[in-house]
Design a protein around this ligand. Structure first.
Ligand SMILES: Cc1cc2nc3c(=O)[nH]c(=O)nc-3n(C[C@H](O)[C@H](O)[C@H](O)COP(=O)(O)OP(=O)(O)OC[C@H]3O[C@@H](n4cnc5c(N)ncnc54)[C@H](O)[C@@H]3O)c2cc1C
Ligand code: SF4
Length: 392
């Protein structure tokens, strides 16, 4: 029976983010662990609603009230089991998911502050990781084999479930490392790559085989895969960015799409990390300059950066630019709402003046006119970040 008065006794609280000057000097995650007392306190706020809207808000159908109560009572092993019953990789979702469960939480829709569901989730996942992810017992082989094309979270979750059903699973990935966008799209300050590696060790122990550097359709044909396996599962993601070739100045030197910037930066951090344990993560050595596949440098160090767009990917670019040592960043967006992802993460903002005007101005900014003339813009310099908020 959950505590019926928990939400009356405790306000919503999250652990303080690492201080701005510290976190922009390395690539480690922005959010520190909450600590057991805080997590149990926050889990106590859950009312175990008769109709738990949080459960409905979660695309995975996570059993949120159940594991909130297990955390409240300190029953961590059962909480780990309950969370993994619906979620293969809660250490990813607990860090990255936009948490529609919290938007749906009855405490929130009743005008109060929702339960910190995402924080509780990541703490349970980290408790499981700290004990080591135990591989599931190998089931009797089904005699069937499955090829999974793509090693993002979708491919990996499917591979794990298929292996646990007794099938022989091989994951084909065209990149040089497993993880999809988790590996080279999302920066380390949102998801340190050790979390992917820990989970991959579990998958490998459960019998999943990985083949990197295999571009299906080029290095191996679909017919070959069909001949070799009983089933082929496509989990190739949606990696195509939206370009705007009609924008004046788009072909100019120094104008890039977000993924070119992020992937190059992530690769540089990964390379530095492989040079020595924790080098990139601790900031003990600044990673080598990020480069495009053809060797062209794409590094924000010392540069004045204009970011067009204000969503999560823009915020990731902002955080990367800060850590690379950008002289200043200007974030430009069409929205009238100044609380975009980028501004929430520390750029100074003025709301835009409507989509069309703002779009024209961002195009002007991209084509080389002064960012200060872009009326719908947010500017930040690392030295001033603390005054305006907390950049990633
Ligand atoms: C910058 C950025 C930040 C993001 N941040 C968040 C966030 O904070 N929270 C959140 O919930 N979501 C976030 N997302 C979205 C999230 O990363 C994706 O929704 C998720 O990764 C999709 O998973 P997936 O497995 O479908 O595909 P992907 O992760 O895209 O993986 C697909 C994999 O398939 C491989 N592949 C494709 N074609 C072939 C082929 N022919 N042969 C072999 N391999 C192939 C690709 O190389 C890739 O590794 C972010 C995305 C980006 C780009
Ligand atoms: S909606 Fe909120 S309070 Fe109700 S069960 Fe879910 S997390 Fe708990």
């Amino acid at each position: 029976m959950p505590d019926p008065n928990g939400f009356l006794r405790y306000d919503r609280r999250l652990p303080a983010r690492r201080p701005v000057p510290v976190r922009i000097s390395d690539w480690r995650e922005v959010y520190p662990p909450a600590g057991e007392d805080l997590v149990r306190e926050q889990a106590t706020r859950c009312m175990d609603c008769g109709i738990p809207f949080c459960h409905d808000g979660c695309p995975l159908g996570n059993r949120i009230p159940d594991w909130n109560d297990l955390v409240r009572t300190g029953n961590w092993d059962a909480a780990v089991e309950s969370l993994h019953a619906t979620n293969n990789f809660p250490e990813f979702t607990g860090r990255l998911c936009p948490a529609p469960c919290e938007a749906a939480c009855v405490l929130g829709i009743a005008g109060g502050q929702p339960v910190t569901i995402k924080q509780v989730e990541v703490e349970i996942a980290d408790a499981a990781a700290a004990r080591g992810f135990t591989p599931s017992p190998v089931p009797a082989p089904s005699g069937r084999s499955v090829a999974v094309v793509g090693s993002g979270p979708a491919g990996l979750a499917a591979a794990q479930q298929l292996a646990r059903a007794g099938h022989a699973v091989t994951v084909y990935e065209r990149d040089d490392a497993i993880g999809g966008l988790l590996r080279y799209g999302i920066p380390d300050f949102k998801l340190e790559k050790r979390h992917i590696d820990a989970r991959l060790a579990q998958l490998a122990a459960e019998g999943v085989r990985f083949r990197t550097g295999v571009n299906v359709g080029v290095d191996v044909t679909a017919e070959q895969l069909r001949a070799e396996h009983d089933a082929v599962l496509l989990a190739c993601g949606a990696l195509q960015g939206r370009d705007t070739p009609e924008t004046p100045g788009r072909p100019l030197r120094g104008v890039h799409q977000a993924m070119a910037h992020l992937v190059a930066a992530n690769r540089a951090v990964a390379t530095a990390a492989s040079d020595g344990p924790g080098v990139a993560a601790t900031g003990a050595g600044r990673p080598a300059r990020a480069v495009l596949p053809d060797g062209t440098p794409i590094d924000a160090a010392g540069k004045h950066v204009v970011i067009i767009g204000g969503g999560d990917t823009a915020a990731d670019c902002l955080g990367v630019a800060h850590r690379q040592g950008a002289a200043a960043c200007t974030s430009s967006t069409c929205t009238r709402d100044r609380r975009t992802s980028a501004t929430r993460r520390g750029t100074r903002g003025r709301p835009g003046r409507g989509s069309c005007a703002a779009t024209r101005r961002t195009r002007r900014a991209a084509s080389g006119s002064s960012p200060s003339r872009c009326r719908s813009s947010w500017t930040t310099a690392p030295a001033r970040c603390g005054r305006y908020g907390s950049p990633r």
